[in-house]
Write a protein that binds this ligand. Structure first.
Ligand code: ARG
Length: 459
């Protein structure tokens, strides 16, 4: 490679020790398609502004389309010694059509070009991540449907709290993932502004119709300020935040399932196909994919933090530091895509052990329901809390459970306990007694599952 896009100003060849350090083609080649898309529209805009004559505009269009087709046919071709993807495309164009190719960059800077490329890239790739999240939500919804009326304990402070439907628990994770889906959509909206026309920083001097250009590229608006646009990577940070929070949520699914499939809990059985063995201990069935998802969340958080730190000290205008936006962004995308795929696969193959979850859902965690029983019979809640607290203390001392109490024993704690206490104080009655739409009430959960199915069908 003899020439760079900026060689004219220099009389010495670049020192490889400095120049090679700045080469970004090995990773920004991923923006190839977007770079060509942006250039096709720019050429059109220059033609409409009368900057390019019809013949040159035609030649540029033909050349770029050929380059795009070549790159799509043979992605490995988009490679080599060029400084970046922008230089590669321009060099290929000039090689094909000569001088007309040298007119394409009129009025345009790589500063805005890399921004438009990245915005186009995110716009086309975010929907794929949303699909990956939908696969996890689908797996959770399927498991929720399967779980039927199965009960399990819910936890606060990782101590048994109140009985819930297993389906209610599974849909709790789906609710967080739905927000992630929406957040990715917001990141996509933020990227949806055309930076072209900003030039290197002060704006372009050619009468380019930016509104028409935005429409041609499918952007809903044009950026407000060329100086801001040249170094604005907020949309990239928003994207990293959205992917990172989605990773945090997958990590929490993973952590739950690592616990719940352990010998200690045994609430779900991890499929053999989702597990790995130990090279030494023959009995082991390890949840490696879940652990990796949990581990990769840390990597994502690092990318978000890294970009924010890169951005925080920049003087106004483009600075080469911004080239550091791409690798974390691409890696965050890949990390979320593979993690969601793995999470969906593991969740889809879980087997619920409703005997164990059901057993764990009864006993002392019905204490709140016992207190509510007394409240229904007229006792103030504070007093009921105290009566039931004493009851729990007694049961713990005796090593017995609520279900083991005879009616006489119930009534010894309070005469308000009547004949119906044994049938009223069960885990199933407990979930039925919840009343709000967001609760574990079986009718409410059935409704939420139907809402979720409708959302999936529309997403
Ligand atoms: N590779 C550069 C980046 O990723 C492209 C923009 C270069 N602009 C410049 N003035 N050097 O940010």
């Amino acid at each position: 490679m003899s020439q760079h896009l900026w060689s004219g100003r220099f009389d010495a060849a670049p020192d490889p020790a400095a120049f090679d350090f700045g080469i970004s083609f090995s990773f920004d080649r991923r923006l190839f398609e977007d770079d060509v898309t942006g250039s096709l529209a720019w050429a059109e805009a220059l033609a409409q502004a009368g900057v390019l004559d019809a013949a040159d505009a035609h030649a540029i269009r033909e050349g770029l389309v050929e380059i795009l087709e070549h790159g799509r046919r043979d992605p490995a071709w988009v490679n080599g010694d060029d400084e970046d993807v922008h230089s590669f495309v321009e060099r290929q164009l000039v090689a094909r059509i000569g001088d007309a190719g040298r007119r394409l960059h009129t009025g345009r800077s790589r500063n805005e070009q890399v921004s438009v490329d990245l915005r186009l890239y995110l716009r086309r790739r975010i929907p794929r991540l949303q699909e990956a999240l939908c696969a996890v939500v689908t797996a959770l919804a399927d498991q929720a449907e399967h779980a039927g009326a199965a009960l399990m304990p819910s936890y606060t402070h990782l101590r048994r709290a109140m009985p819930v439907l297993v389906s209610h628990y599974l849909l709790s994770h789906a609710a967080a993932l739905q927000r992630d889906h929406a957040r990715l959509g917001q990141a996509r909206n933020e990227a949806d502004a055309l930076p072209l026309g900003s030039g290197a920083i002060a704006g372009t001097g050619y009468p380019v119709d930016t509104a028409a250009l935005a429409a041609r590229l499918g952007f809903s608006r044009v950026v407000a300020n060329s100086m801001d646009a040249s170094s604005d990577r907020d949309f990239a940070a928003t994207f990293l935040y959205a992917t990172t929070l989605a990773m945090v949520h997958q990590s929490r699914v993973a952590e739950d399932m690592i616990l719940f499939t352990s010998e200690e809990f045994g609430y779900f059985e991890l499929a053999d196909a989702s597990a790995t063995g130990s090279s030494m201990m023959p009995q082991k069935k390890n949840p490696d994919p879940l652990e990796l998802v949990r581990g990769k969340a840390g990597r994502s958080i690092g990318h978000l933090t890294g970009l924010l730190v890169t951005m925080k000290g920049l003087p106004t205008g483009y600075n080469k530091d911004l080239q550091e936006d791409k690798e974390p962004l691409f890696d965050a995308e890949d990390t979320l895509a593979v993690s969601a795929t793995a999470t969906a696969a593991v969740v889809a193959r879980l087997t619920l052990r409703s005997d164990r979850t059901g057993r764990a859902a009864s006993g002392l965690l019905l204490a709140t329901d016992v207190a509510d029983y007394l409240v229904a019979s007229g006792m103030p809640f504070r007093q009921a809390h105290e009566v039931v607290g004493a009851m729990v203390r007694q049961l713990l001392t005796d090593g017995r459970d609520i279900e083991a109490l005879s009616l006489a024993e119930w009534r010894a704690f309070s005469p308000l306990f009547a004949e119906d206490v044994k049938s009223r104080i069960t885990a199933l009655e407990s979930v039925r007694a919840r009343r709000t739409p967001q609760s574990t009430n079986p009718d409410a959960v059935r409704s939420r599952l139907a809402d979720l199915r409708a959302w999936l069908a529309a997403s």
